[in-house]
Design a protein around this ligand. Structure first.
Ligand code: SF4
Ligand code: SF4
Ligand code: SF4
Length: 306
């Protein structure tokens, strides 16, 4: 039987949380295995040097996901400078960073960068979710099941890209909201994600992850004055399904420097440490307790004898 909000509450928070903590750890080589499988997964490559900040991708995403229209129309451009984050009403946003997109594009005043869920290969949000409301599909998208969600928002804390949003204004059935990679359209018709299909500059390419990584490195090699030698998302936090090419240092355009290790590998290694190395102190204190019990028993026996 599937776990839903009501079922979960009946079962009791404590039991589920403990079960999640002591769950069977994944093999130590999980990250390598994940990366090997990732080649066949779908991905998107965003070439920030091609993006003109038209917001057609934002508009298509809102339409496709039946999200409300923003207070100001999508043709408004000043919002691009507001360093926006995805929200419950906008699963993707474009931000503008002053400065030319690359050494080749000195006539352009801004670099535009699309933001959405990165669909990580080893997602921290999935690892943090104690009721499996978030799952990583074999094809690549990280998807959400509102019926399982209990609203704990651990996923929001865990995400290294600060992506999941929450419907705080819905008092009855608030959901976590984020880009689904247009998974339904992908599965039903093999269609490109709405944002990629709408981009007039082909700044978002959709395809097999390994092919897109190859293409990205070819672009870097062919035009070194246009691109920095880094495919963002190839290795960050264990790899992501959204990849970026850029012409400027990545942290200057909001692509934060992150470690290669996926957060779940770190938390699980701590967990394993507690279980592996915690066994010795547990045995010690267990033995001590046993000795105390025996000595008390011995003492009592002595008193009885007296
Ligand atoms: S970007 Fe955040 S929400 Fe998206 S898959 Fe990665 S950890 Fe999960
Ligand atoms: S993949 Fe779909 S849900 Fe995600 S940003 Fe693009 S249009 Fe929006
Ligand atoms: S539709 Fe394409 S060019 Fe326009 S803002 Fe989005 S990514 Fe950039």
């Amino acid at each position: 039987m599937a776990t839903n909000r009501r079922g979960f509450l009946k079962a009791g928070l404590g039991v589920t949380a403990v079960a999640a903590t002591v769950g069977k750890p994944k093999p130590a080589k999980a990250q390598e295995a994940q990366s090997a499988k990732a080649g066949a997964q779908v991905a998107c490559l965003v070439d920030t040097t091609l993006c003109i900040g038209c917001r057609k991708c934002e508009e298509a995403c809102n339409r496709s996901n039946r999200l409300p229209r923003p207070a100001q129309p999508f043709s408004t451009r000043h919002v691009l400078r507001n360093n926006r984050r995805p929200s419950a009403d906008a699963f993707t946003v474009i931000n503008a960073y002053p400065g030319e997109p690359s050494r080749e594009q000195l006539d352009r005043a801004e670099t535009f960068v699309k933001v959405q869920c990165m669909h990580c290969l080893d997602p921290a949000c999935v690892s943090a979710c104690i009721v499996a409301a978030l799952t990583k599909t074999a094809e690549g998208p990280v998807i959400y099941d509102a019926d399982r969600c209990i609203g704990c928002r651990y996923c929001m804390v865990a995400c290294p890209f600060e992506i999941p949003a929450y419907e705080y204004l819905d008092p009855l059935t608030p959901r976590v909201r984020k880009c689904s990679f247009c998974v339904d359209e992908q599965q039903q018709t093999g269609a490109n994600p709405a944002c990629a299909a709408a981009c007039p500059m082909e700044a978002i390419l959709f395809g097999e992850r390994s092919e897109l990584i190859k293409l990205a490195h070819e672009r870097i090699e062919q035009r070194p004055a246009r691109y920095v030698d880094h495919v963002y998302g190839e290795h960050e936090v264990g790899g992501t399904s959204w990849l970026y090419l850029a012409g400027r240092p990545l942290p200057k355009i909001g692509l934060t420097k992150l470690p290669r290790l996926a957060p779940p590998r770190l938390t699980e290694s701590i967990q394993h440490g507690i279980f592996n190395y915690g066994a010795a102190p547990l045995a010690f204190y267990g033995g001590l307790a046993g000795l105390m019990w025996l000595s008390n028993r011995g003492g009592k026996g002595g008193q009885d004898d007296e």
